[in-house]
Design a binder for this molecule. Structure first.
Ligand code: NDP
Length: 234
């Protein structure tokens, strides 16, 4: 059965791969984008997740186009890497505002229609560094670790309404976010990943598809690593 799905940051990278994967599985998929054109074949809504008005308006457009979102993937995220000693406060708060408070705005708007429908799936895109830590990423790791406590608390709040809340924690994935790393840095990263390679966005997307599927109906509050073994032992 086709469900209404919304993926934030679905115009490129992991979000786009997730959107394409769910659309291929038969869902009606909407994506948010901030500028330019939405990807072909997907319903695009302009939305900056740092704006509550934008988020609420995006959900309304999705509801009008394809019905209330039954699957919501909070994927939009940014990095502003630097060592804490030289990190300014804006670099900290803007990463938290996008990655963590952005997911709060999206999940908050998503839950009421899901509660009324007595069903839904919320999937948050965190990162291996949430639990592993990463020098130069105190802001980013804090935002991604925050998503885990957020998801687990929300999972407890709305589990009785048949809504699951899960976290996907990717390792290094081949997107614009990691393209900024030099070849030396990429080689160093590959050397510490047990599977010896960086992931393709589709490999994360397939895990999201599983969490959104009937087969994952009894999974909630989980953190699923898709990291080639990098975070093993979490
Ligand atoms: P990209 O940089 O390729 O894409 C980021 C996406 O987020 C874009 O669609 C971007 O939209 C959107 N976005 C950023 N800020 C906002 C905002 N304020 N409002 C709305 N949308 C926004 O990143 P990835 O695809 O690599 O990352 C996707 C998610 O996966 C992120 O949460 C990231 O932290 C996480 N992740 C990525 C890993 C990696 O190695 N790549 C590893 C672990 C986690 P726009 O095009 O408008 O900028």
């Amino acid at each position: 059965m086709s469900r209404s799905v919304l993926v934030t940051g679905g115009n490129r990278g992991i979000g786009l791969a997730v959107a394409r994967e769910l659309a291929a599985a038969g869902d009606a998929v909407a994506v948010t984008y901030r500028s330019g054109e939405p990807p072909e074949g997907l319903f695009g809504v302009r939305c900056d997740v740092t704006s509550t008005e934008d988020v609420n308006a995006a959900f309304e457009k999705v509801e009008a186009e394809q019905g209330p979102a039954r699957v919501v993937v909070a994927n939009a995220g940014i990095t502003k890497d630097t060592l804490l000693a030289i990190m300014n406060e804006e670099s900290f708060t803007s990463v938290i505002d996008t990655n963590l408070t952005g997911a709060f705005r999206v999940a908050k708007r998503a839950v009421k229609p899901m509660m009324r429908a007595r069903g839904g799936r919320i999937i948050l895109v965190s990162s291996v560094v949430a639990m592993l830590g990463s020098a130069g990423q105190t802001n980013y790791a804090a935002s991604k670790a925050g998503l885990i406590g957020f998801a687990r608390s929300l999972a407890r709040e709305i589990g009785s309404r048949n809504i699951t809340v899960n976290v996907v924690a990717p390792g290094f994935v081949d997107t614009d976010m990691t393209a900024v790393l030099g070849e030396d840095q990429q080689a160093a990263i590959r050397s510490i990943i047990p599977l010896g390679r960086i992931a393709q966005p589709e490999e994360v997307a397939r895990t999201v598809r599983f969490l959104a599927s009937d087969d994952a109906a009894y999974i909630t509050g989980a953190v699923i690593p898709v990291d080639g073994g990098l975070g093993m032992g979490h």
